[in-house]
Design a protein around this ligand. Structure first.
Ligand code: DQA
Length: 146
C-alpha cells in the first residue's frame, strides 16, 4: 500500500472539545499527526480530509478514487443516515476501513446501525484514536496477503 486517504466526517473537526468523555481529548490534528507518523514508518503517503457536508465527502472519495490504495473513513453520523456515501464507497476496489472512535454498539439505538459497514472491508470502533494505527496495520496486512 502506497497511498492512503483519511476522511473525517461531520463534527470531527471539533474533536478535543466535543464530548471528550466519549471521543477523547485529542484534537483531529493531533490524531492526524499520529496517523502520519505511523504511515511514514511504512512509507505510506497520506491525504487528510474533513468535511461537515455529505456531498463534499463523496466528492473527495471520487477525486481520490484512482490515487488511493486504501481508505480509512470515520463517517460520523453519516454512517447512520447516508446511502449516498455508501454508494460512493461501493465503487472502490481498495480496502476500506470504517472507523468510529466510540463503540457505536453500546450507545443509542440509532447509532447501532451503519449503512457503511456492509460495504467496508472492516470496521474498527470503540478504541479511540488507537483505532487509526490498527486500521493502517490492517490495510498493510491485507495488501501483503494478496
Ligand atoms: C462517531 C460515532 C457517530 O455515531 C457520531 O455521530 C460521530 C462520531 C465516532 O467516531 O464514534 O460523529 O463516528
Amino acid at each position: 500500500m502506497k497511498n492512503l486517504l483519511i476522511v473525517h466526517g461531520p463534527n470531527l473537526n471539533l474533536l478535543g472539545e466535543r464530548e471528550p468523555e466519549i471521543y477523547g481529548t485529542q484534537t483531529m490534528n493531533e490524531i492526524n499527526d499520529i496517523i502520519k507518523e505511523h504511515a511514514e514508518k511504512h512509507n505510506i503517503v497520506c491525504r487528510f480530509f474533513q468535511s461537515n457536508h455529505e456531498g463534499a465527502l463523496i466528492d473527495i472519495i471520487h477525486e481520490n478514487h484512482k490515487w488511493m490504495d486504501g481508505l480509512i473513513i470515520n463517517p460520523g453520523a453519516y454512517a447512520h443516515t447516508s446511502i449516498a456515501l455508501r454508494d460512493a464507497l461501493s465503487v472502490l476496489s481498495c480496502p476500506i476501513i470504517e472507523l468510529h472512535l466510540s463503540n457505536i454498539y453500546n450507545r443509542e439505538k440509532f447509532r447501532q446501525r451503519s449503512f457503511i459497514s456492509p460495504v467496508a472491508t472492516g470496521v474498527i470502533c470503540g478504541l479511540g484514536a488507537a483505532g487509526y494505527t490498527l486500521a493502517i496495520d490492517a490495510i498493510i496486512s491485507l495488501d501483503s496477503n494478496k
